[in-house]
Design a protein around this ligand. Structure first.
Ligand code: PEP
Length: 256
């Protein structure tokens, strides 16, 4: 099994207008100059997916330095689903990834693991890499239910056609997202180790899946978090909006 290539992905959430594309270009220039070993991705709002993909393609540094992703997709390829976006549409717009099952979608839109699994399968159908998010709430952690919750989400959210090439898992404790709080490195290691065990038990390629950590990753804590066993990179929200903040996180995992 080849070594897992680190992956650092920014999730812009509902932030960014056309003027923000300068941040993607600035990041691509830094990356092109230092040739990180890590794969880099940015997931802007759907309105910017095509524009960002084109901006990176047209820039001197090229689109392959940073790939673009969506933040959600519908399970169907087309149909009467007002306001939704199909994985095929993201693909055509230039996306390489799509995040599915983010805790904000699970909470704000009532998405269950069964729905997330269908979305991940849709991503695969369209030729996208699904970044499947899992993570416990604070109440679940306090109740000692973290491993049970995360394992159930992994089992429920990954479709049977998941492979190391078409699927990435992101462990994002809900209580760490956007709060400035992070788990200890021992807590991260425990959950990532459990996810790895589960992947190994279910998939032939279980050792090859990348498992990202997400939740308040910042320039000053990235090196410590990225050094934890079975942490293959990061999914980064707030700190991905500015190239100056995102770059040190990339450097923490991607420039060895
Ligand atoms: C996220 O929402 O995926 C995330 C990790 O957010 P933040 O880095 O802002 O905590």
């Amino acid at each position: 099994m080849a070594a897992r290539r680190p992956l650092i992905v920014g999730n812009w959430k509902m932030n960014g207008l056309t003027a923000s594309l300068g941040e993607a270009r600035a990041l691509a220039e830094k990356a092109a100059a230092s040739r990180p070993v890590a794969e880099l991705g940015l997931c802007p709002p759907a309105t910017l997916v095509a524009a960002m993909a084109n901006a990176l393609k047209d820039s001197a540094v090229g689109a392959d330095v940073i790939k673009v992703g969506g933040q959600d997709c519908h399970a169907r390829a087309s149909g009467a689903h007002t306001g939704d976006i199909a994985a095929e549409m993201l693909k055509e717009a230039g996306a390489a990834y799509v995040i599915v099952g983010h805790s904000e979608r699970r909470a704000d839109h009532g998405e269950t693991s069964e729905m997330v699994r269908a979305k991940a399968a849709a991503a695969h159908r369209a030729g996208l890499i699904a970044i499947v998010c899992v993570g416990e709430t604070l109440a679940e952690r306090d109740a000692g239910a973290t491993l049970k919750v995360v394992t159930a989400q992994i089992r429920g959210s990954l479709p049977d056609d998941a492979t190391a090439a078409n699927t990435v898992v992101a462990y994002e404790p809900v209580w760490a997202i956007g709060t400035g709080r992070t788990p200890t490195t021992a807590q991260v290691a425990e959950v990532h180790g459990e996810i790895r065990k589960d992947l190994l038990a279910r998939f032939d390629e279980g050792a090859g899946f990348r498992i990202l950590y997400g939740g308040s990753v910042k320039p000053d804590n990235a090196a410590e978090l990225m050094a934890v066993a079975d942490v293959d990179g990061a999914l980064v929200g707030g700190a991905s909006l500015k190239a100056a903040d995102f770059w040190p996180i990339v450097a923490a995992k991607g420039l060895q």
